[in-house]
Design a protein around this ligand. Structure first.
Ligand SMILES: Cc1cc2nc3c(=O)[nH]c(=O)nc-3n(C[C@H](O)[C@H](O)[C@H](O)COP(=O)(O)O)c2cc1C
Length: 475
């Protein structure tokens, strides 16, 4: 059954048509795949994917740090509705930057009726990152979002499309609603998204956005980006191709459970086994381009991916650890050194993420991977990106996150056991890219394979560029 009726084949994204580079940069959040890394990959003739996760917070922090290089302000100066960038600059830009150790100004939480400043910030932030990644060249740029962070999608994608993003990729959920969102923004319609609600009587609630009334005029003419769901099984590939109108999905990234970041849960809910093995023949039969990710960062694995019909690979960790990555340099160097010396461990933690998905955690001293650091951090929820909606006993909708203080969570009718072992990924991941509030510690995610480090580094203190990684993979 078709979810909606428009034929998506009619309006094509001409730049991306039949453009099949062998390497896709994973859209690594928060701000690991930043505009510089994505642009670098794109200029190297590969797919440069931006992380779109929490960009409103990332940009608010960059502006408070003084926006060195004036990059965000340069991008903002091209935004078609300058009263919105002005509002954002007035709220967050600090000339010369705040003093180190000062907490960043609060950014409002998303809810079903978000603060108009937050909406402007989200649209302008996504616009700025895409604009910067595309500045000065015409190669395609992709942006990645986590489906699970539902509410911002309609605003974030509007910002990315205003800057001419070529492709949107999305995992951590089943993003069946996204092709319609893209189409509605493209057509200048009111955009909506059904956000799941945990409850007996209410199971979803809608967020709506009318760009025309928000900006006071129609959006300029836009390009329609391709849509690439990130999936973990051939069954999911089939779901997208049968549930949605033809042309809704351009292709797939198939991510195996060895990949960095969030992973799909095991089919039997306990451990990965034979049922989790992807049948690439079945995916190839669908006739859509696909790329394979998860411990594929070697020339041999790339060749294998091509041999099963993939267009290439999606690689994350190898680029998270290159010099252009948005990872804070001190953490990057520490991880590279551990990896080079065979002293790095990465565990698949099934509890740590409030999303409920398994999450890969690199075991690194001074990070939330250590029990004593985890215990040291007072639970506080001041970013709220991973809050879920639930039906309160009074029938209203509430918001809660299993990483928030236990008493708050149970006060919000949450089960206390669900808070055990959960970490605040919002603050942890913002710290990893150097945008930490005082007292926050990083959490570093990486895939299971980092054997590439020995190929790219001459000694434990060596570093490498994205180009070295691309040359190695294509060798
Ligand atoms: C530091 C890091 C952060 C990541 N964050 C995200 C993310 O926000 N969204 C996403 O779809 N994938 C994310 N991933 C997964 C990558 O996009 C990519 O698919 C994966 O890393 C490929 O496996 P590899 O790390 O073995 O190369 C992340 C991976 C890493 C290493």
């Amino acid at each position: 059954m078709l979810l909606f009726e428009k034929n998506f084949l009619s309006k094509k994204n001409l730049i991306m048509e039949n453009y099949y580079p062998k390497i896709r940069l994973g859209g690594m959040g928060v701000n690991i795949s930043d505009w510089l890394l994505s642009k670098t990959l794109s200029l190297l003739g590969q797919i440069g994917t931006l992380s779109g996760t929490a960009l409103e917070r990332v940009v608010a922090c960059i502006l408070q740090n003084g926006d060195h290089g004036e990059h965000i302000r340069r991008a903002f100066s091209h935004f078609p509705f300058p009263e919105h960038t002005e509002k954002v600059l007035n709220a967050y830009f600090v000339k010369g930057g705040i003093t180190k150790g000062t907490p960043f100004k609060t950014v409002p939480f998303f809810n079903l009726n978000p603060d108009p400043l937050l909406v402007s910030l989200t649209i302008c932030a996504n616009y700025a990152f895409v604009w910067l990644a595309k500045e000065g060249h015409s190669n395609p740029i992709s942006i990645n979002y986590l489906e699970k962070i539902h509410i911002p999608h309609i605003y974030a994608i509007t910002g990315a499309m205003l800057a001419g993003v070529d492709e949107i990729s999305m995992g951590a959920g089943i993003p069946l609603q996204i092709p319609k969102v893209i189409n509605d923004i493209y057509e200048g319609n009111i955009v909506s998204y059904n956000v799941p609600v945990i409850g007996k009587n209410i199971t979803s609630s809608e967020v709506r956005f009318d760009p025309k009334s928000f900006f006071g005029s129609n959006l300029p003419s836009l390009k329609k980006p391709h849509f690439i769901p990130i999936i973990s099984s051939n069954l999911l590939a089939l779901l997208f191709t049968t549930k949605l109108p033809p042309g809704s999905v351009y292709g797939f990234v198939v991510e195996e459970p060895t990949a960095g970041g969030h992973n799909a849960p095991p089919r039997n809910k306990v451990e990965y086994g034979i049922k989790d093995v992807v049948n690439y023949n079945e995916i190839a039969k669908l006739g859509l381009p696909f790329w394979i990710g998860g411990a594929y960062a070697s020339p041999e694995k790339l060749k294998w991916a091509l041999s099963v019909g993939a267009k290439g690979i999606q690689a994350g960790s190898i680029f998270a650890l290159c010099k252009e990555s948005g990872m804070w340099p001190a953490y990057r160097k520490k991880v590279c050194k551990l990896g080079f010396n065979d002293e790095l461990q990465v565990r698949t933690d099934i509890r740590v993420s409030p999303t409920g998905y398994p999450f890969k955690v690199a075991v690194v001293s001074g990070t939330l991977s250590e029990d004593y650091i985890y215990e040291l951090r007072p639970r506080i929820c001041d970013k709220g990106l991973l809050r879920t909606l639930y039906e309160k006993s009074n029938g209203k909708i509430g918001y809660r996150c299993s990483a928030e203080p236990e008493y708050q969570y149970s006060h919000k009718e949450g089960i206390l056991a669900d808070t055990v072992g959960i970490a605040c990924l919002c603050n942890g991941l913002l710290s990893t890219c150097g945008l930490d509030d005082p007292g926050e510690y990083p959490i570093i995610t990486l895939g299971d394979d980092f054997s590439f480090l020995k190929k790219l580094m001459k000694n434990e203190n060596d570093s490498y560029l994205a180009k070295d990684a691309v040359d190695y993979l294509l060798s």
